[in-house]
Design a binder for this molecule. Structure first.
Ligand code: NAD
Ligand code: ZN
Length: 344
């Protein structure tokens, strides 16, 4: 089968031919219909050898959806042909966090060598994907696998971050989204669907701001050193009850901190490496900063349920598997508007 692999530190991803995997006990074989291209893969491919946490070569793709093509002994409740989405941040299933359904915060995954597909384990950017347990597969139930595959990360990650701040996003409140890319353009739609808040989106590119407006942002602001002042002006000096930073670089976390209202939440989702100091003279009173990771299995179910109501319209551009390296190049050059999706 064809697969897209990161093979060597610093090298571009390559399309290779691998043996088709066979499901062992408890495992499910998926014929992949679609795999999303995430900026986290670009971050991963920029890490130096001494900081690289996974084994190479690594088949990429941590957003996956497809059709059940077979399963090993002991798998129940699934049938060949079922269309499913893959829950990525897989945990041990037994620790305290997994018991709550928060497998993204599994306390034992690292120790047990459990990695998400595409982030340590072989990923979804291949014709077939082996999934270790049927509980990591959620029924698509009528959703199109290609249009919905980004919901498994670009939907789930913002959903998890937004859910934490829902009590603050009351009528009259403001939410700020920094970075209207793959995650950000879904975040705007989630905020519109789940809250009465005014949504202000920031980005550095005019076409991303146009996308932000088209998916429901009330206002857009160019993300530069004047952005915080502009957001303060737009909110009558009060700032935003919740700020979601999908860039996470030093300039954007500084903007996030500067626009957070008294008792506001800042969620730093982007892997840009910025740090936001919190202090009496640094941020408004009682600002809370969090760095959330992906989301729970239950939350993915909720995102898919929300998508079934028609509330979410993920903007995608599709590529054949041979074009996956091009998709990464375009994402790196900020040329992708919405989410790039590979069709293996
Ligand atoms: P993307 O490339 O699709 O989107 C990023 C957007 O940010 C683009 O629209 C880009 O124009 C914009 N941008 C770049 N610099 C900016 C700046 N200074 N100010 C405002 N906007 C700016 O990326 P993505 O796939 O949506 O991922 C977003 C970030 O979230 C990445 O850092 C990714 O690694 C991270 N991520 C984190 C998690 C998590 O669990 N914490 C999960 C998935 C992705
Ligand atoms: Zn991702």
């Amino acid at each position: 089968m064809k697969a897209v692999q990161y093979r060597e530190i610093g090298a571009a991803p390559a399309v290779v031919t691998l043996p088709e995997p066979e499901p062992g006990p408890g495992q499910v074989l998926l014929e992949v219909a679609a795999a999303g291209v995430c900026h986290s893969d670009i971050a991963l491919m920029s890490w130096p050898a001494d900081q690289f946490p996974y084994r190479l070569p690594l088949t990429l793709g941590h957003e996956g959806a497809g059709r059940v093509a077979g399963f090993g002994p002991g798998v129940t409740g699934l049938a060949e042909g079922d269309l499913v989405a893959v829950y990525g941040p897989q945990g041990c299933g037994r620790c305290a966090k997994c018991a709550e359904g928060k497998e993204n915060y599994c306390l034992d995954a690292a120790r047990l060598g459990i990695f998400p597909p595409g982030l340590g384990a072989p990923g979804a950017m291949a014709e077939y994907l082996l999934v270790d347990d049927a509980r990591f597969l959620l029924p698509l139930d009528g959703l199109d696998p290609v249009r919905s595959v980004p919901l498994t990360d670009a939907g789930l990650t913002p959903y998890h971050a937004i859910k934490r701040s829902l009590p603050k996003l009351v009528p009259g409140s403001t939410a700020v989204v920094i970075g209207a890319g793959g995650l950000g353009h879904v975040a705007i739609q989630l905020l519109r669907a789940l809250t009465p808040s005014r949504v202000i989106a920031l980005d550095v590119a005019e076409e991303k701001l146009a996308l932000a407006r088209s998916v429901g942002a009330h206002d857009t602001v160019l993300s530069d050193e004047r952005a915080a002042d502009r957001v303060r002006e737009l909110t009558g000096g009060l700032g935003a009850e919740a700020v979601f930073d999908f860039v996470g670089a030093q300039p954007t976390v500084a903007t996030a901190g500067a626009v957070a209202a008294v008792e506001g939440d800042v969620s730093v989702v982007g892997l840009g490496g910025g740090a936001l100091p919190v202090g009496i003279n640094t941020t408004a009173f009682d600002v809370a900063v969090a760095a959330p990771y992906w989301g729970s299995r239950g939350e993915l179910r909720e995102v898919l349920d929300l998508a079934r109501t028609g509330a979410l319209d993920v903007h995608i551009e599709t590529y054949g598997i041979d074009e996956a390296p091009l998709a990464y190049e375009r994402l790196h050059a900020r040329k992708v508007n919405g989410r790039a999706v590979i069709l293996p």
